[in-house]
Ligand binder design. Sequence first.
Ligand SMILES: NC(=O)c1ccc[n+]([C@@H]2O[C@H](COP(=O)([O-])OP(=O)(O)OC[C@H]3O[C@@H](n4cnc5c(N)ncnc54)[C@H](OP(=O)(O)O)[C@@H]3O)[C@@H](O)[C@H]2O)c1
Length: 290
Amino acid sequence: MKPNTPATLIVGSDSLIGRTLVEQLRHAGARIYGTTRRSESVDESNLYLDLAEDVSGVKYPEQIDAAVICAGVTKLEACRRDPSTTARINVQAVSAIANKLAEMGARVIYLSSNAVFDGTRPQRLPDDTLSPVTEYGRQKAEAERQLSALGEAVTIVRLTKVLEPRAGLLTRWAQTLGRGETIHPFEDMVMAPVPLDFACNVLRRLIASRLPGIVQVSGERDVTYAEVARHIARSVGAMSELVEPINSKEAGVPPESVPAHTTLDTTRLRVELGLEPPSVWTTIDYAIGL
Ligand SMILES: NC(=O)c1ccc[n+]([C@@H]2O[C@H](COP(=O)([O-])OP(=O)(O)OC[C@H]3O[C@@H](n4cnc5c(N)ncnc54)[C@H](OP(=O)(O)O)[C@@H]3O)[C@@H](O)[C@H]2O)c1
C-alpha cells in the first residue's frame, strides 16, 4: 500500500465498536490509525488521546480521509453521577477533535444513540426534535448539535443497542438457563438491537460512501428483556418457568433510563445504503452464538 494512501482514524480503538472496526478495516487492507488512552497500547499507528485532558495540542496523522469517533463515557450511570466531567469528555472534547479533524480535511463520522430521544414514541425520524431525558442522552444530543455545524463534513450515526457475539448478559443467561437455574430479566425494559458486525458494516460503507447527515441503525421493533429471555430459554431447551421477570423500577433503575420505545426509522439506511438490519430475533441468536 502506498504510504500516502488516505487513511481512516478510529478515535477510541479500544471500544467495542472501534476495535471491531479496526480489525475489519485492517483485514480489508485499509490504512488505519487508532487512538487509545492506555499508554501500553500506544504505537506508531495507535496514538495517545485522552479526552479528559487538553486535546488542543494533539498531533493527528496527515491525510486522514475519515475519522470515526467511538471514544467516550458510554455508561448512563457514569454520566448521571458526574455530569460535568463526562460532558467535558463527551461534548467539549469530542467537539474540539471533530472540529480539528474537519479543519484538516477529514470527514467525521460520529456515533450517537437513540438516547437523544425521550423514548415515548417508536420509529423516531432522523429530523425529529431531540428530546433526551438522561444525562448521557443530553450529552449525545449536544454533541450532535455542535458537530452538525460542520455541515457536509459530518455524518451522525444513531445506533440502538449493539450486541456482540458470545459475550455479555445474553450469553450468561443462556449459560445459566442451560444449567437449569433461574434468571430475572426486566419485563418493562426494551431493546431493538442490531448485531455488532452489522453496525460495523454500516460504518465501513459510510467511510467509503461519503454520505453526510444523519443515518439511523435500529432493529425493526422493540422486544422486552423478558421476551428475549424466553426466546433464549426455548433456544437452549430450558423450561420457560426458569425465566422469572422483574420490574426495573422495583429493582431501583431510574425511570428515565427505561424508555418505552427505542426504535429508530431506518429508511435512509435501507434506501440510500441498501442495508437492511437483521430481524431482532436473528440478532439475539447471533448474540448467544447460535
Ligand atoms: N454499544 C452500543 O450498544 C452503542 C449504542 C448506541 C451508541 N453507541 C455509541 O457508540 C460509541 C462506541 O460505543 P462502544 O459500546 O463501542 O463503546 P465502549 O465499548 O463502551 O468503549 C468506550 C471507549 O471510550 C474510551 N474512553 C472513555 N473515556 C475516555 C477518555 N476520557 N478519553 C479517551 N477515551 C475514552 C474507553 O477507553 P478504555 O477502553 O481505555 O476504558 C473505551 O474504549 C459510543 O459513542 C457510544 O455512545 C454505542
